[in-house]
Ligand binder design. Structure first.
Ligand SMILES: [Zn+2]
Length: 77
């Protein structure tokens, strides 16, 4: 009686986490864009109220973010 050689099962590939590699120039660009976007969002949600507004006395922007103002606790009316 002959036996066939049994080869071991192939090992599962080992995955290792790789760090996110971003150049300093790209990191500065992303950080600057994020800060700018955050400041614009802060202004339009929290400060722009129509009477003191980028768009003059127009209240459309204020009404658009009205629920967000109340959710975040900004004084409104
Ligand atoms: Zn309100």
């Amino acid at each position: 009686m002959s036996t066939m050689p049994v080869s071991p099962a192939p090992a599962a590939p080992v995955s290792a986490p790789t760090p996110l590699v971003v150049s300093a120039a790209k990191a500065k660009l992303w950080l600057g864009g994020t800060v700018l976007f955050g400041m614009l969002a802060y202004y339009f949600v929290g400060v722009d109220q129509g009477a003191f507004s980028v768009f003059g006395g127009d209240m459309h922007l204020h009404e658009f973010v009205h629920d967000a103002r109340h959710l975040l606790g900004y004084p409104c009316h």
